[in-house]
Ligand binder design. Structure first.
Ligand code: UTP
Length: 411
């Protein structure tokens, strides 16, 4: 894009402050800014800003509980049968794992990518190394190398790859196929203006974990997986150190029931726990976020005394490749997050806000569920599958995750 065109476009779209910014940049940055602006869809920017004015209404949504299969209630024979189906698929090379590691990990406050974090084991293994161990265990057990794909953000891709290189791919180099970056969206200030970050360019941020579908397609990863004969993709976050990455029971359960998507759940610890729960919304599989659950639904109980809405969505989902292809054809809805963000004003001064001043736009992986005719739900005990590292201390912190991890592995 040439300067004149840039000036016309940004001025017409109410982003004239970029012209002033351009004048302050050196030649290399100017080029980068023109390139950035040429990629911005200004109609989409208007749409995203309009979302910040919308008030979310949940009251009209018809929410119902969803049934789960409790893995611990299956008979030994049934478990063995389902596992055998799963093992066959794993050994035929039909499973790949896609780990979503593009988040910013703001709450944890670790300076590098979350997967590089040492959560305090005596061995000082990082989260990535703990996951590499799981793949190597699976290789020993099933005799196959399950491909491990890692989705990063443009912000953390370099540090993530460097970390793997420095650690010799944790001796799983044949399994670690690709690092691919998710797409980004510009951040806006409260007046809908594109935010300028400290590097002098338009501030962009990763488009949420729902960006995994589009990133798999735009980076040609899905094509690669299909050409390798992969039929199933297990997606998970980077921050649950008890995630079962290669799980024959889950795979067998999905195949046996012909579920093209299956979510792993565990029961909510207590009604106020900050976790989304799987449910039906308007008769479609979905997740209701903890902020959306009204008190009567939050505390409602089944006859058995269990919470009615307690099937936690813990970011462990198994999708068939064909379903991922379908989902990626249509954008997921955007959610608005109001964040604190350092910005540069028109005069080039850095502004450090003391309250949220910026909008970030994200899509969520579970918004894809409503496009599915049905969703399988396989429930494990929490101590078998869920030890998240979200916060620096307190609930879901390195301390709680470490305890759960050590208890599970008898360390
Ligand atoms: P979270 O929503 O917990 O976000 O992501 P986070 O970035 O890890 O932490 P905070 O909210 O900034 O403190 C759940 C999972 O989804 C991934 C994260 O890396 C994590 O594994 N994720 C999130 C992405 O891959 N991309 C995103 O844009 C957002």
């Amino acid at each position: 894009m040439e300067y004149d065109e840039f000036k016309k476009i940004v001025t017409e779209n109410g982003q004239g402050h970029l012209v002033k910014l351009y004048e302050r940049l050196d030649d290399a940055k100017r080029k980068k800014l023109l390139d950035q602006v040429s990629r911005i869809d200004f109609n989409k920017i208007d749409y995203l800003y309009s979302l910040t004015k919308e008030k979310k209404e949940f009251n009209n949504v018809n929410i119902k509980p969803i049934d789960a299969c409790d893995a611990n209630n299956l008979s030994d024979e049934e478990k063995a049968r389902l596992r055998a189906i799963g093992i066959e698929a794993i050994q035929q090379g039909k499973l790949a794992v896609v780990m979503m590691a593009g988040g910013q990990g703001t709450r944890l406050g670790h300076s590098g990518p979350k997967g590089t974090f040492d959560f305090g084991l005596e061995s000082h293994k990082s989260i990535f190394e703990v996951f590499a161990d799981k793949f190597k265990d699976a290789e020993k057990e099933f005799g196959v190398i399950v491909p491990w794909y890692i989705m990063t953000s443009r912000e953390n891709v370099r540090d993530t790859i460097t970390f793997f290189l420095e650690h010799n791919y944790f001796d799983y180099e044949d399994g670690i196929r690709t690092f691919f970056s998710q797409n980004e969206l510009p951040m806006l200030d409260e007046n809908g203006k594109l935010i300028i970050s400290e590097d002098g360019l338009v501030k962009e941020a990763a488009n949420g974990h729902g960006g995994v579908f589009d990133a798999l397609v735009s980076n040609m990863v899905l094509d690669q997986l299909k050409s390798m004969g992969i039929e199933w993709i297990f997606t998970c976050g980077v921050d649950n150190v008890l995630a079962k990455l290669v799980d024959p029971l889950l795979l067998g359960y999905a195949i046996d029931n012909n579920y093209k998507a299956t979510s792993v759940s565990c029961i909510k610890d207590y009604p106020e726990e900050k976790v989304g729960v799987l449910c039906y919304k308007d008769d479609k599989p979905s997740v209701v976020e903890y902020t959306e659950l009204t008190d009567d639904l939050k505390y409602a109980k089944k006859e058995s005394g269990e919470l009615l809405f307690s099937e936690s969505h813990i970011m462990m989902n198994l999708f068939s490749t064909s379903v991922i292809e379908d989902i990626s054809k249509k954008e997921l809805p955007y959610h608005v997050a109001h964040k604190k963000c350092d910005i540069i004003d028109e005069e080039g001064n850095v502004i450090k806000p003391d309250k949220p001043n910026a909008y970030k736009f994200e899509t969520f992986i579970f918004d894809a569920f409503e496009r599915l005719p049905k969703l399988g739900v396989l429930r494990y005990k929490r101590e078998e599958c869920f030890a998240p590292i979200k916060n620096a201390e307190g609930a879901d912190s390195p301390e709680t995750a470490r305890k759960l991890y050590k208890a599970y592995y008898n360390l």
